[in-house]
Write a protein that binds this ligand. Structure first.
Ligand SMILES: N[C@@H](CCC[C@H](N)C(=O)O)C(=O)O
Length: 282
């Protein structure tokens, strides 16, 4: 089976041309094998470019490296836009930048735009802020979860929860480098207050327009970048009054530019996506 390996700031994915059928061509169990960095191709997830639904151009589905299926992936959808550009070019229908794709995801319609400079800007839709939308039991169902105390590993953290279609728990800290992500991350991910598990971001506010972030991803562990996490963190920063509505979010793999528009309440993410290599998997 042919595949392409892409990454967005080191958050890496195996991309599969699945345009001929509506179900992913490999199972979640096979995705776990493909993602294995010693015995497989090595990736944070496997992404399938499927036929569109409900008037969209394409559908994106993704399996995390543990085989679970998240609703959305910000770095992944930038990679998918680049992958589609290559597939369409091979079909003799090369899109001219700026070009916007309408992509159906489990988080609804998401629209990435290929920019003339090679970057991809994604209309990530509105953030979801109510406890029932995250979901979490940290607050009453119709309340927002902003700077709510949560005890993890014997320490109390003031957390803010935001869904970008997938769930995120954000904590603002003095120094992101001091966080023991490998040990604390899994304890957030599997905490009983998060019935669908959670992605966990630690944020250091360098300036109101410049945030540093480290992430523990649900189903993937420590990754070099998380697009939905950067969007959720910017929204959390605004809700806590510690950052501007537009900011650069510096991740271990590099920077993303994020804006939460006051005009339309939607979050916009701009960043790179690169082909690493193509291959064939038996
Ligand atoms: N790395 C992604 C998010 C992938 C899904 C996440 N692990 C989850 O389970 O929600 C991104 O760039 O957004």
């Amino acid at each position: 089976m042919e595949f392409s390996k892409y990454h967005g700031l080191g958050n890496d994915f195996v991309l599969v041309d699945n345009r001929h059928q509506v179900e992913p061509v490999i199972s979640p169990e096979m995705a776990v094998q493909w993602c294995d960095r010693h015995f497989g191709i090595g990736a944070d997830g496997v992404i399938f470019a499927l036929p569109g639904q409900g008037g969209t151009d394409y559908t994106m589905r993704i399996y995390n490296s543990d085989g679970s299926e998240p609703e959305m992936c910000g770095n992944g959808i930038r990679c998918m836009a680049k992958f589609l550009e290559t597939l369409e070019t091979a079909d003799g229908k090369a899109p001219q930048a700026p070009h916007t794709y309408r992509i159906h995801t489990l988080a609804g319609l998401i629209s990435p735009t290929l920019q003339p400079d090679g970057q991809v800007t994604v209309d990530m839709g509105p953030p979801y802020l109510l406890a029932r939308e995250i979901p979490t039991t940290l607050a009453a169902a119709e309340d927002k979860v902003v700077a709510v105390p949560l005890t993890v590993a014997g320490q109390t953290w003031d957390v803010t929860c935001v869904s970008m279609g997938n769930p995120h728990c954000i904590t603002f800290v003095e120094d992101v480098a001091a966080i023991a992500l490998e040990s604390i991350g899994p304890q957030f991910e599997h905490h009983e207050v998060f019935p669908q598990r959670i992605n966990t971001e630690f944020i250091q506010v360098v300036r109101p327009d410049y945030l540093k972030m480290r992430v523990w991803e649900r189903g993937a562990g420590v990754t070099l970048a998380c697009g939905t996490g950067a969007c959720a963190s910017l929204v959390a920063g605004v809700l806590n009054g510690v950052c501007d509505r537009a900011a650069t979010v510096e991740l271990p793999g590099g920077p993303l530019y994020i804006e939460w528009s006051a005009a339309d309440n939607r979050v916009y993410m701009t960043g790179p996506a690169e082909l690493a290599f193509r291959g064939t998997r038996a």
